[in-house]
Design a protein around this ligand. Structure first.
Ligand code: GLU
Length: 577
């Protein structure tokens, strides 16, 4: 046979073989059970998500079921009348997508929203409680969008676990019980006082205790409407009307939220920001959260140092991480706001040459104490926004990997514990607008994060998905914790990547974070013994409770490894399908 005949024949055989192999791979894929894993802050929510994954639902489907349950069993942290950011990885296409369900300021909001008559910023608690802190909720529309693109089960199916729990009741989890008992105002708030408290024999209100059974028929009715009408069931009709009514007639600081704000709300898809760290690629959420950008800056600065060589949680590694955090938090306060309203110089902030120059500002033997924002190529006049010095048991993060390899990393929030403390249609209404800068300008320069109608307040939420050097899914992680979120997530990524820890080990590490102020270390942990040495390096050390609330999943050679933060109530469920 001549070569000209042999080659096509060989090619045909090869093509045939490839087809057979592809078919075998397909059959193997559809026959062999593949693992899934889910980690959330509450066992009811984890089980709801797992039940969806067992039934063949996608990671996005499970996320919807989880959020619907969290709104019920962890109302102090997140809910359908709040906002969220979700990173999604689609295994088949390789796409990494960033969904923005952040609340917006009502069209009636002004830059002076949180100033008193004399133009001074209001005390935080005063600004938080009542109607004027409530933003147009975003999480529901975001979940609808994600379901349109990545849902597999029927929308209505996803609400069944939450409807059942709301109707039949759930046992009050430890964290909710503590949050109610600790709250200074909840007992005096309409609706909430009747839901979270009961009357004892002497007519005194007593907070619901751990294990008490709570039923929420109003929430069940809301869920049924959403289940049958889709996003319209929330943004139009009785649910939206009840929220608007509650905000406008709030006993303190009534707000301007209107049905038009609901009608014009849009969840957005944004371009994920990804950057290399060591041999991995870290993908996260772009602004309006400052979380992703600031975390990537910290990693980009630390990339210039050998954290592995320094060793896990040694004096040197804590010092370098704290200093890198100072530098990145300083940039954060100056440059980040809603990108639909202010230009955020994302590329300049992540430029490796810039980050190397920032790394060079770190002195191994002395803390810089207070970092200044860097001089970017791309200079914009922006001032600082507002940091919250109080640690709050609010916000929730969950991580999901379905058996097809799709992943969700979602951080979700009503902002402070119990949000605005207003309750409508069975849900706590957020106080997310207090994430805006209370002071709209400084020395005549507008703050990047000043209030404006329709604008999204700057967040710190940092949902992350990590890929390995072959581009395969490696890990998913995120945390609550207000502006400390960024430090919590970054420290955990360093533990996983530089210090080769497993997920539980990384999540369990004593926390520390430096938001360009004092170096906060977790009280009651071995880090306290490091205080004199840290002080000798010039750090002002403060031991405080650091709640975190990290929930993550890691791929290891032995299989999936999940972790739920021992500081919260959560758990991990794994299974196969
Ligand atoms: N509202 C905060 C944010 O969006 C989160 C609050 C918290 O984690 O407690 O960044």
């Amino acid at each position: 046979m001549k070569m000209t005949r042999i080659l096509p024949a060989l090619a045909a055989v090869a093509a045939g073989l490839l087809l057979v192999l592809a078919a075998a791979a397909y059959l193997w894929r559809s026959d062999a059970a593949q693992p899934f894993m889910i980690a959330t802050a509450n066992p009811y929510a984890t089980e709801a998500g797992a039940s969806i994954l067992r039934a063949g639902g996608s990671a996005a489907d499970a996320a919807i079921a989880v959020q619907a349950v969290l709104s019920l069993v962890e109302p102090e942290s997140s809910g359908l009348a709040g906002g969220a950011f979700m990173m999604h990885f689609d295994q088949a296409s390789g796409a990494v997508e960033a969904y923005d369900g952040r609340e917006t300021a009502p069209m009636g909001a002004t830059p002076a929203l949180f100033l008193d008559e004399e133009g001074k910023p209001l005390p935080f608690l005063e600004a938080m409680i009542g109607g004027s802190s409530v933003g147009t909720p975003g999480v529901m529309k975001m979940l609808w969008l994600a379901h349109e693109e990545h849902g597999r089960l029927e929308w209505a199916e996803l609400f069944k676990p939450a409807i059942r729990l709301a109707e039949e009741g759930f046992a009050v989890p430890p964290k909710l019980a503590q949050a109610i008992a600790r709250d200074p105002v909840l007992m005096n708030m309409p609706v909430a006082q009747d839901y979270f408290y009961r009357m004892d024999a002497s007519g005194e209100r007593v907070p619901a205790a751990e294990g008490d059974v709570l039923k929420n028929p109003a929430y069940a009715a809301t869920l049924k409407r959403i289940a049958s009408e889709g996003w319209r069931g929330f943004y139009e009709g009785p649910v939206a009307e009840a929220i608007v009514e509650t905000v406008r007639n709030a006993p303190m600081r009534p707000g301007t939220l209107s049905l038009e704000d609901f009608a014009s709300y849009e969840a957005k898809k944004r371009e994920a920001i990804c950057a290399p760290y060591r041999q991995y690629r870290v993908c996260t959420m772009p602004p309006p959260t400052s979380g992703g950008l600031t975390a990537l800056q910290i990693l980009g600065i630390l990339q210039n140092y050998d954290l592995k060589g320094m060793g896990p949680m040694t004096l040197t590694s804590v010092h370098f991480i704290a200093e890198a955090e100072k530098l990145a938090y300083a940039d954060r306060d100056k440059y980040i706001g809603d990108p639909d309203f202010v230009d955020v110089p994302v590329e300049a902030m992540l430029d490796p040459a810039y980050l190397e120059a920032r790394a060079n500002e770190i002195d191994a033997s002395l803390s810089m104490k207070k970092a200044k924002a860097g001089n970017l190529e791309d200079r914009r006049a922006m001032n600082r926004g507002l940091n919250h010095p109080v640690d709050k048991p609010s916000t929730s993060h969950f991580s999901i990997l379905d058996s097809d390899g799709n992943a969700v990393s979602m951080t979700t929030s009503v902002e402070g514990p119990f949000g605005s403390h207003l309750m409508a249609a069975g849900m706590m209404l957020n106080n997310q607008l207090t994430d805006f800068s209370f002071v709209p300008e400084e020395d005549g320069k507008p703050a990047a994060n000043a209030v404006a109608p329709g604008k999204r307040p700057r967040s710190s939420m940092t949902p992350v998905i990590v890929f390995n050097e072959d581009g395969n899914f490696h890990a998913v992680i995120g945390s609550p914790g207000g502006s400390r979120i960024i430090g919590y997530v970054t420290q955990t990524l360093i533990a996983l990547i530089d210090w080769d820890m497993d997920m539980k080990g990384a999540i369990g590490l004593p926390r520390f974070v430096d938001r360009n102020g004092p170096l906060e270390i977790e009280a009651g942990t071995p880090l306290e013994q490091m205080t004199p040495d840290l002080e000798a390096l010039g750090h002002e050390v403060k031991a405080v409770p650091l709640m975190s609330g990290l929930h993550g999943i890691l791929v290891t050679p032995e299989g999936l490894d999940g972790g739920a933060d021992p500081r919260r109530d959560g758990n991990v469920i794994t299974g196969e399908r």
